[in-house]
Design a protein around this ligand. Structure first.
Ligand SMILES: [Fe+2]
Length: 341
């Protein structure tokens, strides 16, 4: 009898520890309800519960760093390779041990040992077809944003924005620090106004005639076109056109939304499973049709509202998104020195 109750106890312990193990803790700086729906799908399929702590990137990174070994987070999910790299630089990520599944689906330029892309975006130019001619745009590159013909015609957000830091970091990587410093000075000289607002605000400025060209990420324009941001923004979005820079050389600047494996992840295996699920066709279709990002895997069609039908433009696949992290400090230094607010 005594033996039996000990066995019962052991079994009960094993069952309870299994129950505890069947979860994964996600710290997410992505503010999409559609992500929560995805996690629910994952739970329905696997029985693994997804606990989500959401917040702004800086707040979450601070919390993860301060909690150290006590942090219960498994995965850190955020937008921009620069942010994932920043957390890695703080020593708060570990090698994830990505499975063959992950390695086979995500091209190596969109992942590292510590994190992987789960969706893509391009940072492109939006222009007014009324005030910018096809001839002016012909062969346009990020480099030619510095051209004096754009004087007083360009809007772009502040230098503290990670998307800009990653874009400028990619220029440092490709053209060097000195050339990029001169470029940044000229770009600041071309600005139609002191940088303010988010990416959608730049598109709105072009629509309103405050500027002729804007730099913004692809999903923002689609989001505006969708009507989810109201009729006014929808109408404004229809007044601008997308242009993909650097089609004649390395291709358009790409970035990711990604997931990083946290240093002290208590449920590492489940975290890998969740990432694998996020890279399935089912999950990727859900992502692209809700956030208007580009799919990370092949065989999934981007939403119709997003520019660059079927990713039929030349992406910069040569510049690894990892390099945005390495050149981030240089980029910020360059922008600050150029007087980029
Ligand atoms: Fe964004």
């Amino acid at each position: 009898m005594r033996k039996l109750s000990i066995i019962t106890l052991i079994v009960a312990f094993l069952v309870s520890s299994l129950a505890i193990a069947d979860e994964v803790n996600v710290f997410s700086a992505r503010h999409y309800d559609s992500d929560i729906q995805l996690y629910e799908k994952f739970t329905a399929k696997t029985g693994i519960k997804v606990n989500v702590v959401s917040g702004k990137d800086k707040v979450l990174q601070k919390r993860i760093t301060e909690e150290g070994a006590d942090c219960v987070g498994d995965l850190y999910i955020t937008a921009d390779a620069g942010r994932l790299g920043a957390l890695q630089a703080k020593g708060m990520l570990q090698a994830a041990g990505w499975s063959k599944k992950v390695k086979d689906t995500v091209p190596s330029n969109f992942r590292s040992a510590y994190w992987t892309g789960i969706a893509k975006r391009a940072r492109i130019i939006y222009y007014s077809p009324e005030r910018v001619s096809a001839n002016e745009l012909n062969g346009m590159t990020y480099e030619s944003l510095a051209d004096s013909k754009w004087k007083g015609r360009l809007v772009i957000r502040k230098s503290n924005n990670i998307y800009n830091q990653s874009l400028v970091a990619s220029l440092v990587k490709n053209n060097g620090k000195k050339v990029t410093a001169a470029w940044a000075k000229a770009v600041v000289g071309n600005m139609a106004r002191t940088p303010k607002g988010n990416d959608r605000a730049q598109i709105l400025a072009v629509a309103a005639g405050e500027a002729d060209i804007a730099v913004a990420n692809t999903y923002y324009h689609a989001l505006m076109l969708s009507g989810k941001k109201g009729k006014e923004q929808q109408a404004a979005a229809k007044k601008v056109m997308p242009f993909f820079p650097n089609q004649q050389d390395r291709g358009t600047h790409m970035n990711i939304s990604g997931a990083g494996m946290l240093k002290y992840a208590p449920n590492k295996a489940n975290a890998v499973k969740l990432v694998e699920f996020l890279l399935t066709k089912e999950a990727q279709s859900h992502i692209v049709n809700n956030t208007f990002e580009y799919p990370m895997i092949t065989g999934v069609t981007p939403n119709d509202l997003v520019p660059g039908k079927n990713l039929g433009f030349k992406q910069d696949l040569k510049t690894k998104v990892k390099s945005y992290v390495d050149k981030q400090a240089d980029a910020l230094e360059i922008m600050t020195a150029a007087g980029w607010k």
